[in-house]
Design a protein around this ligand. Structure first.
Ligand SMILES: [Zn+2]
Ligand SMILES: [Zn+2]
Length: 169
């Protein structure tokens, strides 16, 4: 997700560019390809380029209740500053950003979005994934996926007084 920003770095402060993103990349490093779509807006600030992205992708997750696999939509949204290592006008080196974890723009004026997208993608993955809000899960006794229908096990939640009545019948 390399963007050449040499022209934007030469433009006056406040100049902007909009980019339509539609790329397939392996964000997790596990060989799964993620298609990333959306928009990024770049703004030239006094000493950086402020990048605002609004991206969508999806990943395959296992439901934490019923363990079936499903596609989870993921929104990747961030505002991050990218600091140039070189002055685009003069070609002289610039002082590195104070924060060592800050994103940078390399000597070829390439702004690589991949690492920022990856970080915000990882943050957006739900800890407890559910295939649907009201997933019925698996039966604790027989393991049947209760989304597919009831199993034959006796209902654990039945009030014992009622089950006595049921026995009488
Ligand atoms: Zn489920
Ligand atoms: Zn069961």
């Amino acid at each position: 997700m390399d963007m050449n920003v040499s022209q934007l770095l030469r433009d006056p402060i406040g100049s902007t560019r909009d980019y339509q993103i539609d790329e397939v990349i392996d964000l997790t490093g596990e060989g799964n390809k993620n298609r990333i779509k959306g928009t990024c807006n770049f703004i030239r600030t006094q000493r950086s380029i402020l990048v605002r992205c609004n991206l969508n992708t999806e990943i395959e997750l296992s439901c934490s209740r019923c363990v079936s696999k499903f596609q989870q939509p993921i929104k990747i949204k961030f505002n991050e500053e990218f600091y140039p290592l070189l002055d685009a006008q003069t070609g002289t080196a610039l002082p590195p950003p104070e924060e060592s974890s800050a994103f940078t723009i390399d000597e070829q004026h390439t702004l690589d979005l991949t690492e920022a997208v990856r970080q915000y993608f990882v943050l957006a993955i739900p800890m407890r994934a559910l295939c649907k809000k009201d997933c019925a899960g698996l039966c604790a006794k027989c393991g049947k996926n209760l989304n597919l229908g009831k199993c034959g096990c006796p209902d654990e939640n039945t009030d014992p007084r009622w089950s006595k009545l049921a026995d009488l019948k």
